[in-house]
Design a protein around this ligand. Structure first.
Ligand SMILES: *[C@@H]1O[C@H](CO)[C@@H](O)[C@H](O)[C@H]1NC(C)=O
Ligand SMILES: *[C@@H]1O[C@H](CO)[C@@H](O)[C@H](O)[C@H]1NC(C)=O
Length: 204
């Protein structure tokens, strides 16, 4: 049973079924404000759950190589599946993402950041537990089941934007970071350059 205060709850993989009720996703379709799927979901439940303290551990972009692979590999698997060249890991984007999630952790109640003014594409994920990078990315990729490439359409009532950013052909680099919030929840952010989800264009 989904907590009713959560705006959006998206199923992910079988392996994470136990946790999926509290795995929230958001797409900041920056800077394409006209994109209909701008779904900057503020997880009210998440905010309520994490606002109490600022004592959580900080971002975990630390071991960039190991963590980078955990984010990068599932991105590139999804891209290879549709014949799109792999992304490169960007330490600069990872560092920038780390600053954002740290800020959200300290002052934003660990809620999703508003990335509307960012020049980069941004996929975010919030989980009530310490989500592994791979499962956060998998939850974005899982949106692909609702995406029809032939007509570049997302199924009615669904969001495909985090998926289409993952597989966006023109995007060349990604960098990600995760903050652990006071309750042990995690906020994860990946930044993409160049950004995807340009209105009227197909991802690949
Ligand atoms: C990152 O983690 C890997 C695997 O645990 C380890 O081999 C490597 O030395 C670490 N790098 C840094 C800079 O800590
Ligand atoms: C796109 O194609 C899918 C699969 O054939 C179909 O279900 C959907 O209605 C189509 N959407 C539009 C807007 O044509």
């Amino acid at each position: 049973m989904a907590p009713s205060r959560c705006h959006r709850l998206l199923p992910t993989t079988m392996a994470t079924t136990c946790f999926l009720l509290l795995l929230l996703l958001a797409l900041c379709a920056a800077p394409a404000p006209a994109h209909g799927a701008r779904a900057l979901t503020t997880p009210r439940g998440a905010g309520a759950a994490t606002k109490a303290q600022q004592g959580g551990t900080d971002t975990s972009s630390g071991n960039a190589t190991a963590a980078g692979d955990e984010y990068l590999a599932p991105h590139n698997q999804a891209r290879a599946a549709v014949g799109v060249a792999p992304l490169r890991w960007s330490a600069d984007l990872s560092s920038a993402a780390g600053k954002v999630v740290a800020q959200q952790q300290r002052q934003g109640g660990c809620a999703f950041a508003d990335m509307g003014a960012s020049p980069y594409g941004a996929n975010q994920g919030w989980a009530s537990y310490r989500a592994r990078p791979g499962e956060v990315v998998a939850s974005w990729v899982a949106q692909g089941r609702y995406y029809t490439h032939a007509n570049n359409t997302c199924a009615a009532g669904r969001q495909c934007g985090t998926y289409t950013q993952v597989v966006w052909r023109r995007t060349a680099q990604v960098g990600c970071a995760q903050a652990t919030c006071a309750t042990g929840a995690t906020l994860t952010l990946c930044l993409y350059d160049p950004h995807g989800n340009v209105q009227g264009q197909s991802p690949y």
